[in-house]
Design a protein around this ligand. Structure first.
Ligand SMILES: *Cc1c(COP(=O)(O)O)cnc(C)c1O
Length: 409
């Protein structure tokens, strides 16, 4: 057994994490931490969370053998953990649900959130509607353009979507704006952060809420193939679906944990979102982690074809796992993610999120390294309905054009 994360209750994962925020937020973070410690094992809280996870979210999500992918790659057996089948179409709902329960118990009537791909915004708008809370979501203008269907969903759910026009008009800018709102309205407002990022205690709370994924994987793997997976592969934006899938396996011998970041237009172009593989330690949005920055310490703009991976930092626990060789991290380009996307559509009948497609592409390499007789799990973090316009543009698919008759049908 290798060393497990030790100092987390202090808000640190090794040297990473912490609480680098304006004075006005310290009290709110302490209040959140106290509420979490008080309710996490409270029978009423646990009953409400588990009941809604089952009846509202649809948990446990299925665990599926990807038979045609397994045959095509010719290596390990490939399994899909189907978070795309969770209510609202991604893992984000696991966290949003847990946090609205905490907000409700803290007596907060107003909810704010940031969103990139819009999946976290939709998940937050959804639980805010369920609990009758006022909700405001900050979203970069560039992401509003890329993920228009999710903007409409949030509005239908009664949430106000506030466009953010600063910087690259993506996730980093939306997060900065949400933090500004929180500083101004902290008395009656709870900020539902969408990933394992931000100041302590968020990385730990979001990790715990998402670890339902890993616990289900462990039980389902045992039932289906009578063993622990040999590898778990997940995409990494802020890192919440990956940490959730990895958590029960961290420090266990014989389980490779592989996080896949966005290499965007290619690492060498500088236009990517690979904070762990290319960044260096720095502070962004209240915590110390790997950050994409210039030599002078200015935060660099990230790029990815998938809005959910388009972020110049990553959760502090991933920084810790990387530095202690408890998980491996690689990166995959926009073009390769599109290939992973198409492969999954054609071979498994599932349109995956573009974020997830990064993990799918890299899983081929891992499946071949492991070889037949081993078991590899890909966390299918979300479905790709939100991405069809971006993919159609990238691949030149036009709905109005008559399909050319192809010999292969
Ligand atoms: C938001 C999102 C991601 C990236 O966020 P993580 O916190 O890294 O999980 C990945 N996949 C999907 C489908 C998403 O919506």
């Amino acid at each position: 057994m290798r060393q497990k994360v030790s100092e987390e209750s202090s808000g640190y994962f090794g040297p990473f994490g912490g609480r680098f925020v304006p004075e006005t937020l310290i009290h709110a973070l302490e209040e959140l931490e106290e509420a979490y410690e008080r309710y996490r094992d409270d029978p009423d809280f646990v009953e409400e969370r588990d009941r809604l996870a089952r009846d509202f979210v649809g948990r446990p999500t299925p665990f599926m053998f990807a038979e045609r992918l397994t045959r095509k790659w010719g290596g390990a057996d490939v399994w899909f953990k189907r978070e795309d089948l969770a209510h609202t179409g991604a893992h984000k709902i696991n966290n949003a649900l847990g946090q609205i329960l905490l907000a409700d118990r803290m007596g907060k009537e107003r909810i704010i959130a940031e969103t990139g791909a819009g999946q976290h915004g939709v998940a937050t708008a959804t639980v805010a509607a369920l609990y009758g809370k006022e909700c405001v979501v900050y979203m970069g203008e560039e992401d509003i353009r890329r993920q228009a269907p999710n903007v409409v969903r949030m509005k239908l759910l009664g949430t106000e979507v506030r466009p953010v026009t600063s910087g690259a008009r993506t996730l980093k800018d939306a997060t900065s704006e949400a933090i500004r709102d929180w500083v101004a309205n902290v008395e009656d407002t709870h900020y539902i952060i969408g990933s394992v990022v931000g100041p302590a205690p968020y990385p730990r709370i979001v990790r715990d809420l998402q670890s339902v994924i890993g616990h289900e994987i462990e039980a389902q793997a045992n039932k289906r193939f009578g063993a622990t997976p040999d590898a778990v592969v997940a995409c990494v934006g802020g890192g919440s679906n990956a940490i959730g899938a990895f958590h029960p396996f961290v420090g266990r011998d014989g389980v490779r944990l592989i996080g896949v970041e966005a290499a965007g237009r290619g690492i060498e172009t500088g236009e990517h979102g690979a904070s762990l593989t290319e960044g260096s330690p720095g502070v962004l949005h209240g915590n110390l982690s790997y950050v994409l920055q210039t030599e002078g310490g200015q935060i660099r703009e990230a790029h990815s074809i998938s809005a959910g991976l388009d972020y110049p930092s990553v959760g502090p626990e991933h920084a810790y796992l990387k530095d202690n060789a408890l998980a491996e991290y690689v990166s995959v380009t926009d073009a390769d993610a599109l290939e992973g996307f198409t492969t999954c559509c054609r071979l498994e009948g599932i349109i995956p999120a573009l974020e997830t497609s990064h993990a799918i592409f890299h899983a081929e390499t891992v499946a071949k390294e492991l070889g037949p007789g081993k078991n590899l799990v890909i966390n299918i973090s979300g479905r790709g309905d939100k991405d069809v316009a971006v993919v159609a543009e990238a691949l030149g698919v036009d709905a109005r054009e008559a399909e050319e008759v192809s010999g292969e049908g």
